[in-house]
Design a protein around this ligand. Sequence first.
Ligand SMILES: Nc1ncnc2c1ncn2[C@@H]1O[C@H](COP(=O)(O)OP(=O)(O)OP(=O)(O)O)[C@@H](O)[C@H]1O
Ligand SMILES: [Mg+2]
Length: 274
Amino acid sequence: MAEALFQARDLYLTLPDLTRKPLFGAAPRIEILKGLSFALPEGAITGIVGESGSGKTSLGRTLVRLLKPDRGSIVFAGRDIARLDDEAMRPLRRDLQIIFQDPFSSLNPRKTVGAIIASPLLLHNVARDGSEARKLAHEALAQVGLPESFAGRYPHELSGGQRQRVGIARAVALKPRFILADEIVSGLDVSSQAQILDLLMDLRRRMSFTMAFISHDLSVVRRLCDRVIVMRKGEIVEDAATAAIFEKPQHAYTRLLRDSIPLPEVSDGWLKES
Ligand SMILES: Nc1ncnc2c1ncn2[C@@H]1O[C@H](COP(=O)(O)OP(=O)(O)OP(=O)(O)O)[C@@H](O)[C@H]1O
Ligand SMILES: [Mg+2]
């Protein structure tokens, strides 16, 4: 098995429960992640599934250190990043990219697509100057199947699927070691979803990155992911290769999730029709 890019051990996360904050003093904290230990193998796409509120997004945000765990270690590329402050995290940011669920709100409406992709390249010193950043942005657009002319467009001029491609282009242009994708196809219609999945599989063949793919859609996860982590109430109930999760789920909860995948509807005479 490939070496782990991430190795998390005994990860605990609490967040203040603002709904129960007293007038004076600190809000009580709720436990969100309860002692998670897992590895993300280098080069693999690991699916993170589980019901709403099970902690998938919190886990993803902790991995890329947008949240700080209360306890435990997160070894990324051989170094424990669990307790690093913002300053110490800064040089690692390029390698920890995120593609967000909602391309409408994650892309700055006042910037052109070209600028949206180029600015992080300058910020992280991947490009030395504007013209190099522009060239790399055009390459990134081509990699996600969009014409160069899209560099001059604004987000509101694009379809949902095109916007999500821009979000992907912005991340992959930086050639990060890790990409967190949180429900990135949930807002799209079925055919745009399929196209984005094909694009991710294609990019994975051409580039090398490790991905955590958060989704509540198990049929999507089954198609894309090499491994699956199943979460429930802030804990991991199962962590195995995709085939094992779907063919021999060990946990009753995983079986329940799996059996709730809708099967394609088939009409009675489908064999004769074609
Ligand atoms: N900022 C916050 N402050 C307090 N509690 C939070 C905060 N964010 C999330 N939570 C709580 O943490 C738990 C896990 O939430 P999280 O968003 O990680 O779940 P999720 O699995 O991503 O759910 P979904 O499928 O709906 O996106 C939930 O009970 C949620 O209410
Ligand atoms: Mg979530």
